[in-house]
Design a protein around this ligand. Structure first.
Ligand code: CTP
Ligand code: CA
Length: 227
């Protein structure tokens, strides 16, 4: 019923969306990750599919049912996520949305055996190195015509998000305040501020599915007016 009423105005477009956390191996039984649920990315995928887009959803490990009609690529680490994004955009996509909470660091050298406690010390030091910046890499490679990032911040939300927009060369950044426990990570609702080079828009707090529809509408308007 609902599907038949939604205008299929994204027909012919390919959208690639990342979602969820990444999981970085420490050893065969342990990992570094974060609390991202993947809900926002999955909601965006559903909203784009409902309007007729072909959607590739590159997903870190999450407990969600894949949206019907999405081409799901399941990944664990940031390195795998980047490779999957590059592969799915071997032909330039229309839209890329980086909704994943990519782990900023990975082990410099993950252990291939389970690490054992040392008996002579109470301390443990892991040496980490930066993960690739997936979205910045995709911008440099021009993998999509329009590239949208998220900015998870706990303070100076708009200011930090603006600097990320510029630093990474994004078209749009969607900022959310992850210090609030009622929205964001693992919640069903979200409140965001959408920032472009010359516009700032703060839609009301809403269910992630409602918000996803509004964000897809904003992106579509942005694409139309940028032409
Ligand atoms: N991102 C990415 N690859 C990374 C880190 C982040 O693609 N290695 C993307 C996220 O998917 C998001 C955007 O960059 O779309 C911003 O992520 P965020 O964690 O807020 O920014 P960082 O650049 O990692 O900066 P910091 O965590 O230090 O604030
Ligand atoms: Ca980060």
């Amino acid at each position: 019923f609902q599907g038949s009423l939604i205008e299929q105005d994204l027909t012919g477009q390919h959208w690639v969306i990342t979602a969820g956390p990444t999981m970085e191996s420490i050893d065969p039984v342990r990992y570094i990750s974060n609390h991202s649920s993947g809900k926002m990315g999955y909601a965006l995928a559903s909203a784009a599919i409902a309007r007729g887009a072909r959607v590739t959803l590159v997903s870190g490990p999450v407990q969600l049912t894949p949206p019907t009609g999405a081409n799901i690529i399941a990944v664990k680490s940031a390195d795998e996520m980047l490779a999957a994004c590059e592969q799915s955009m071997s032909t330039q996509a229309d839209v890329f949305i980086g909704a994943a909470a990519v782990a900023d660091f990975k082990m410099k050298a993950a252990s291939d055996q389970k690490m054992k406690k040392q008996s002579d010390t109470d301390e443990m030091t892991l040496t980490l190195v930066k993960n690739p910046d997936i979205i910045a890499t995709l911008v440099l490679q021009k993998r999509a015509k329009t590239i949208i990032g998220f900015a998870a911040e706990t303070q100076n939300v708009t200011e930090y998000a603006k600097s990320k927009l510029e630093r990474k060369g994004l078209d749009i950044i969607i900022a959310n305040d992850v210090s609030r426990s009622d929205i964001g990570f693992n919640q069903d609702e979200n409140q965001v501020t959408v920032i472009t080079k010359d516009k700032t828009w703060s839609p009301d707090k809403a269910a992630k599915s409602d918000l996803a529809n509004q964000l897809v509408e904003f992106i579509q308007q942005y694409i139309k007016s940028a032409i």
